[in-house]
Design a protein around this ligand. Sequence first.
Ligand code: ADE
Ligand code: ZN
Length: 325
Amino acid sequence: LARARSGGAVPMAELHCHIEGAARPALVLELAERHGIDLGGIVRDGAYVWHDFTSFLAAYDRASLVFRDAADYCRLAEDHLTGLARAGAVYAEFFMSPDHAASAGVPGEAYLAGLAEGIRRAKTATGIEARMIAIGVRHLGADRVEAAARFAATHAVREPLLTGFGLAGDERIGTPRDFARAFDIARDAGLGLTAHAGEFDGAENVRETVEILRTSRIGHGVRAVEAPDVVRMLADKGIALEICPHSNLALGVCPDAASHPLRPLVEAGCRVTLNSDDPPFFATDLAAEYAFAASAGFGPGDRLGFTRNAIEAAFVDEATRQRLL
Ligand code: ADE
Ligand code: ZN
């Protein structure tokens, strides 16, 4: 990292980005046309159209339907990672969702193979290191989430770039206990664990997610600030927080930049990382998230610290982690 920084800009890393949510509208339009798929008005004037979390999730689901084979997913991952590398990222993890691929008629194996090929091509072209986290979608129910965990456990054996399991979707549905079996399956398979919590539900859900699902990271977690004891628990346990500032602003989790809890969480001793979540949906990218931190008063050394936190909390083998650090 120190060597990467000597070039000037702070090297970046991210842990929280949904691969279909990283699809540029232009790519989605191109593939929709090629495959004859009606986008239902989710892209207007080159931008995604949605107005709240529910309609965002619907637009995201719709955009994900244009990826129809391994080659489409390869292109998506390669595009995403080469863009990140050119912007100054040295490491990236992204979420992949076997349920979204199934909705598009693509078997999980082809989905995984396409994305893995995209990672390999991006690494060859730019040197960026990347890993995948399979996610279950909580609003599809515990059985589907468990199936996603079994997919991850089975396929991680043959695909070393698949290193984690996570939980996304509508946090207002279900409780951590509903997903305990899924996380047991993933943990037994040696996968890294993370879950969205404290985004649309409160601090108690963050506490239960850590205690019941035993994740080492939390997606978002910003609403932990509503309970000082939960923030203390996160800091004491060294749980990494995958903070996504522009996502929180776009989805109304935080009313404005001044009230975003990035600084209080850092000052409370939490292991904070910066992430783009679904970049074109929220008119952001990873560089914009680092710029957000800069405008919140975090200097280059602080921002390098966010990158270091991400690499330390990454679901990656120790040799690669040490090389990146
Ligand atoms: N899926 C894609 N983006 C998400 C988010 N911000 N929260 C929960 N599920 C998601
Ligand atoms: Zn997310």
